[in-house]
Ligand binder design. Structure first.
Ligand code: G6P
Length: 612
């Protein structure tokens, strides 16, 4: 949600900023802007994508070796040129970019207007730059001190980078509850919302901590202080990421690349954690907390969006394999509904980005209640990874398409391992079944490959239903959350209204919607509820709905009843979601492409939602 990039060094800033913004565009893409310092401030801002901004920057070619850039996902004020960042002080000397939300912006704006500051935009961000300038000019103090003083009056979440014409070749950055990474080059510094724009320049980074301010000045060491002005020792981390991971690699979209990466990402998630031949599984992050987790009075799984769907499957897995009570909560609800959380509860957070504001807030709350917090996160070093007591990375690599795909299946892989570990620790998972699960899990990557090979057939089915305005996804048991995820994928990228339902619930409402215009995607692989699914399909057909079924290889009954079918390889029931979701991802992808939608950057969405 909003991406920040900043550069100070001996190179021309604008190409570095634009390139960085392109890498960060998945975080928000309704407007973008840069400010470059060169004896004066050149500020260029534009509604639309980074590509629109680039056309203007290429024409104007702003000079200067110090600059800041921003790609926006609007919170306060419509997406337009004026509300785009950077924002400047009334005297035109200070420019600032911000990711987050300033909650007390109305009060601050009124106070600053009364002091003579002239506001141009409707954004919450603009108050920051005027407030900093107020302290700077009133007390005649340097930028860094003005920023620290200003932040004392600010309530909210922010990552900020600011520069001042009176202090050339200096950038000052600060963060509270929104991410900011500082890149260390040779006589140059970078700052960005995540490491993706930095990797082509440097592998040495420092993740700024909450309530820290950093002064980036080439020729001087990186200076970090707490908001209380106490010097902090920078913790320099080596990035473990390659530039190829950030490219499309020959695919037309990141989403398609990421769908096709799944055999590898699932295998990567299992690497060193499962050996079916030797018969063991291991989650390093869980090891010291295994007993506590297995003996917890209950586990609460929390997350948002696709991660929440993975959490629902986690509930089925853990209750099934480890017999521990599990509750799954939307992070936004868990945080604000005054839940009962006790010290012997364990809260498991699922998050691809590790930065989702609602999930972070929920964890903070659970932490205050004394529960153990376990993170299942993709982005290494992210905020959630840092505030949890323990956790496991899913190792899916950078996920850039806004609609989550490979992170979902990696989350399911990790949750399967976690459930198996809990089951054996508790002594409720019998050895024979444990060995079977291991064997089946290790075969999943090849089975996903087998489904991906059916893409042409799935694309053809997409062509038959691409003009629908509604779709219904039905599944039972382990496949019910997959139905929710399939519907979400379709909504997100093709803008077709879709709903996921437990198949049996159809007769309590959605059946009223079924007619010849309604495609019904039925997940019909569950062996235990097969006959019941057959009845559900018959009910849909009796009302002239178009049935697209996902069936197990060799199926006859449901295939015969369906208009279209996609076969997936057989696996053990708890692992079915790892396979059944893949055709749904491909179906949504091809429908969205056929409808001419922007698959990687769907309207109104952002990959990393850093506002509550
Ligand atoms: C956004 C993204 C989704 C994602 C959700 C949770 O809505 O568009 O793809 O599932 O946030 O994000 P997280 O990073 O916490 O998994």
């Amino acid at each position: 949600m909003c991406g920040i990039i900043a550069y100070v060094g001996d190179k021309k800033a604008s190409p570095i900023l634009l390139n960085g913004l392109q890498r960060l565009e998945y975080r928000g893409y309704d407007s973008a802007g840069i400010a470059v310092m060169n004896g004066k401030l050149d500020v260029i801002k534009k509604k639309g994508k980074v590509g629109d901004l680039k056309k203007i920057v290429d024409r104007l070619r702003p000079e200067g070796n110090t600059g800041i850039g921003h790609t926006r996902w609007a919170t306060h004020g419509a997406p337009n040129d004026i509300n785009a960042h950077p924002h400047c002080s009334s005297d035109g000397k200070i420019a600032l970019v911000h990711n987050g939300i300033i909650e007390n912006c109305d009060t601050l704006r009124e106070a600053l207007k009364n002091l003579g500051h002239r506001f141009k935009s409707e954004t919450d961000t603009e108050v920051l730059v005027h407030l900093i300038n107020e302290y700077k000019t009133r007390y005649k103090i340097p930028l860094e001190k003005s920023l620290r003083m200003a932040l004392k009056r600010v309530v909210g979440a922010y990552a900020i980078v600011v520069m001042d014409l009176d202090e050339p070749n200096v950038l000052v950055a600060a963060r509270k509850a929104s991410p900011l990474v500082i890149g260390l080059g040779k006589k140059e510094f970078f700052a960005a919302s995540d490491a993706t724009p930095l990797i082509e320049h440097t592998k040495e980074v420092v993740y700024l901590q909450d309530e820290e301010v950093a002064v980036l000045q080439p020729g001087k060491p990186l200076a970090i202080k707490s908001f209380q002005n106490k010097p902090q020792k920078p913790d320099i981390v080596e990035l473990d990421m390659e530039i190829e991971e950030l490219e499309k690699g020959g695919f037309p979209h990141f989403m398609l690349k990421e769908i096709h990466q799944q055999p590898d990402t699932i295998a990567d998630c299992m690497r060193g954690r499962l050996n079916a031949e030797e018969g063991w599984t291991r989650l390093g992050g869980m090891e010291p907390f295994k007993e506590r987790m297995a003996n917890a009075s209950r586990l609460i799984i929390t997350g948002c969006g696709t991660s929440w769907h993975a959490g629902l499957i986690g509930e089925y897995l853990i209750e099934d394999l480890a017999r521990i009570p599990v509750e799954v909560e939307y992070a936004s609800e868990l945080r604000y509904r005054n839940p009962i959380i006790k010290p012997n509860d364990v809260v498991i957070a699922l998050s691809q980005s590790g930065e989702t504001a609602d999930t972070l807030a929920a964890l903070q709350h659970a932490k205050e209640k004394g529960a153990l917090i376990y993170g299942i996160v993709n982005v290494v070093g992210s905020s959630i990874a840092r505030i949890t007591d323990a956790g496991s990375y899913i190792h899916a690599g950078p996920e850039i398409g806004v609609a989550s795909t490979k992170a979902f299946t990696a989350q399911l892989t990790l949750l399967s391992l976690l459930a198996m570990q809990l089951g054996t620790t508790k002594g409720v998972l019998h050895n024979e079944y444990y060995l079977r699960l291991m064997k089946e899990l290790s075969e999943i990557p090849n089975k996903v490959r087998n489904i991906l090979a059916k893409e042409a057939g799935i694309k053809e089915i997409a062509g038959h239903i691409k003009d629908s305005t509604n779709a219904l996804y039905l599944g039972r048991g382990y496949n019910f959350p997959v139905a929710l995820e399939g519907a979400l994928k379709l909504k997100e990228i093709s803008y077709i209204h879709a709903e996921g339902y437990p198949a049996a619930e159809m007769k309590h409402g959605p059946i009223a919607l079924i007619d010849e215009n309604m495609p019904v995607i039925v997940l019909a692989t569950n062996l235990s509820a097969y006959d019941k699914i057959v009845s559900n399909v018959q009910e849909v057909k009796a009302r002239k709905g178009t049935v697209i079924s996902i069936v197990t290889e060799g199926d006859k009954k449901i295939k015969a009843l369906s208009d279209y079918s996609i076969e997936i390889p057989k696996t053990i029931e708890p692992l079915t979601p790892l396979l059944s979701v893949v055709p749904l991802q491909l179906l949504s992808y091809h429908i969205a492409v056929m409808r001419g939608c922007d698959v990687d950057q769907p309207r109104n969405l952002a990959k990393s939602v850093t506002v509550e």
